[in-house]
Design a protein around this ligand. Structure first.
Ligand code: ZN
Length: 658
């Protein structure tokens, strides 16, 4: 364990709450301590209220906040006196507890306090840190875990047997802790859940957390149970072997069970393949994750292989076995983690962000399971305990809070020519609608068009069919399939009369604007056929298709042929549920082709100002890349669900087109 505390950095966070923010971020930065919203921290501060009364306030992490990025507004201030009285109640239901926490805050706009707020309150220390450290839960999930914990820590920690988080846990701690704590106590271990550390200062609590977790890591190292060596087990994997059809098929089956499109992210590194190919993977992976709160992301067990239907049947049995008389509704029965000897580790989620969280959690789960096995044997909690957390109202409420997702949530679009102009605008329009976006461009800047996790930018020369195939393979390994395609990449060569048009120039333009699109459509077809909501293609055409101009023979001919290609595909693929539609933009000047000089020259040619030139259409309006992108995105959306083979001008009105 590395102690990241830095006095100079810490000095930039004044006050008790500032120190709390600083060390919370340090904990959040280490993925072996907390992952994606896991863990929580608090500080107790005496404050004087408006009436002049001194009150002890617990500033505890708000629900939904991530320790790594927490700010002052991420802590909920709750009155200590009330929390301590609540801890004395024999029972308190979840809705009652949330209500009591929310109605006893000193700031009405603060987030809902962590469900562990009462537990933080009863621990008599100023700073309290709580993580789900990999090392500690590894030790817990072994048959002699509790003995090992007690032997290792001695008087340093109080050990609490596993119990469901929330009020019952706080009650149990309120009973055990005062009895067992003494002067040497600097922390607490919750079996199969995580670890607490305490301190008079933020630095002390943080340092103790690092020390406590470091002790377990060292113990595991001593027993050859820390380093996991995957490489020798894994036979070399043919990296070039295409897997996109199999991944897209798996994604479709999972989406059917979820009832909505999903992102399926796959990892084929040494760890993923090494674990999926272990002879005992069926024993190791079928017990449950290292700590129950992971269950809401990963489900209790992964799917081994690709029998989604079999998984769903088993999930229904698990639900029926544990639901009892309670009025709970079954969640979708689809797997979130898939372990396949060929596909490796696949993580499913409603969005790219969700899928990446599942991946991160399960990668840590694999390490935990294997380390526990190297130490002794992995032994997780009984299924019942996972069920209780999976179907805990408070956890479900966290997931529901997101509201109605954007229209393309869980869907994947590939956009060519994505580094600039209309293509770049398309990236924004589809991301804004919740899609995962793969942008292709010959320009290296395509990689940086967006920094969102739902974006993947790939350098690709679309005239190279091999490069297109590789890009599709990468796209599907990243996100699981292909639902939509935007054919945008194209070249617009300078004016050239037919009499002077060289063969090479003609061929170059047709290769980019026509041949490349044929190749991409052909390669994308098997994937678009598997799109859960039906494949969609938006073609960026040109006004020139309907109203060509002199000097643009190759360009106009290529776009006209592309239009005909789109129409034939609309006929051929309608039976597969694939829709193709086209936009015909004109006079879009915020693209790379139109520099200020070129614009000025063209305007002067027509004896117009630049402003007049930009708006020389019937509606006297200016057309931006964003306008075209928004229309292309809408063509792929529900508004045009019953339209295929259509062509829509976006040119401000052109008498020749009309
Ligand atoms: Zn916890």
């Amino acid at each position: 364990m590395q102690n990241l505390w830095n006095d100079d950095e810490a000095a930039q966070f004044p006050g008790d709450l500032g120190q709390r923010i600083y060390s919370s971020r340090l904990l959040g930065r280490d993925t072996s301590l907390v992952l994606h919203g896991g863990g929580n921290t608090s500080v107790k501060i005496r404050e004087t209220n408006l009436l002049g009364d001194a009150e002890d306030i617990l500033y505890v992490k708000g629900s939904g906040w991530d320790l790594e990025f927490i700010e002052a507004g991420g802590f909920a201030p709750v009155r200590m006196a009330h929390l301590l009285r609540l801890a004395q109640l024999p029972t308190l239901s979840d809705p009652q507890m949330v209500n009591e926490l929310r109605t006893h805050m000193t700031d009405a706009s603060a987030p809902t306090p962590s469900v562990e707020a009462i537990l933080h309150a009863i621990l008599p220390y100023k700073y309290v840190d709580h993580t789900h450290a990999d090392a500690v839960v590894t030790l817990c999930n072994t048959p002699s875990g509790e003995r090992r914990i007690r032997d290792l820590y001695g008087e340093r920690v109080v050990v609490i047997p596993y119990i469901m988080p929330g009020f019952d846990l706080a009650r149990l701690c309120a009973e055990i802790f005062p009895r067992e704590a003494n002067r040497q106590t600097l922390g607490m271990v919750l079996m199969n859940h995580g670890v607490f550390s305490f301190g008079a200062t933020a630095r002390e609590a943080y340092t103790r957390m690092i020390e406590l977790v470091g002790m377990v890591e060292d113990a595991l190292k001593t027993r050859q149970a820390w380093a996991v060596n995957w490489a020798p087990r894994v036979p070399d994997v043919p990296a070039a072997q295409p897997l996109r059809a199999e991944l897209a098929m798996l994604r479709r089956e999972i989406a059917q069970q979820v009832g909505a499109p999903v992102i399926l992210h796959s990892v084929r590194d040494a760890q993923a393949l090494g674990f999926a190919r272990r002879a005992d993977v069926d024993v190791l992976a079928q017990q449950g994750p290292a700590t129950p709160d992971h269950v809401i992301r990963t489900k209790r067990v992964p799917l081994l292989g690709r029998d989604v239907t079999g998984y769903v049947e088993a999930y229904r049995k698990y639900f029926d076995a544990h639901v009892g008389e309670s009025a709970k509704t079954m969640l979708d029965p689809a797997p979130r983690v898939i372990l396949d000897p060929e596909l490796g580790l696949c993580a499913a989620g409603r969005s790219a962000q969700d899928a990446f969280i599942v991946r991160d959690i399960y990668q840590h789960t694999i390490d935990t399971v294997v380390r526990a096995t190297q130490l002794e044997r992995y032994q997780a909690l009984p299924a019942r305990d996972y069920f209780d957390v999976e179907y805990w109202d408070l956890e479900q409420a966290k997931l529901r809070k997101a509201g109605t997702p954007p229209v393309f949530t869980g869907e994947i679009v590939l956009i060519t020519g994505a580094a600039s102009g209309i293509g770049k605008a398309c990236v924004e329009s589809f991301l804004a609608r919740g899609a995962a976006v793969v942008g292709l461009d010959i320009a290296a800047s395509v990689a940086a068009v967006s920094s969102k996790p739902a974006y993947l930018g790939l350098v690709c020369d679309v005239v190279e069919t091999g490069a297109l195939e590789q890009a599709l393979e990468q796209a599907v390994r990243q996100f699981g399939g292909l639902d939509m395609l935007v054919l945008n990449a194209g070249v617009f060569p300078g004016g050239c009369a037919i009499a002077e048009l060289a063969d090479a120039e003609w061929t170059r333009v047709l290769r980019v604007n026509l041949d490349a699109n044929l190749a991409l459509l052909r390669l994308a077809y098997p994937l678009l056929k598997l799109a859960p909501r039906g494949g969609r293609v938006a073609v960026i055409g040109s006004k020139n298709v309907i109203a060509p101009g002199p000097g643009a023979a190759a360009y106009s001919a290529s776009k006209a042929a592309l239009t005909q290609l789109m129409r034939v595909a609309a006929l051929e693929w309608a039976g597969d549920g694939i829709r193709l539609n086209e936009v015909h933009p004109d006079a879009v000047f915020d693209t790379g082709i139109w520099t200020d000089e070129v614009l000025a020259a063209r305007a002067a040619h027509y004896a117009m100002t630049v402003e007049q030139y930009k708006r020389r259409n019937l509606l006297k309006t200016e057309i931006a890349s964003r306008d075209v992108a928004e229309l292309a995105a809408e063509l792929c959306g529900p508004l045009f669900a019953k339209t295929t083979g259509a062509q829509i001008p976006i040119d401000g009105g052109d008498a020749r087109v009309i």
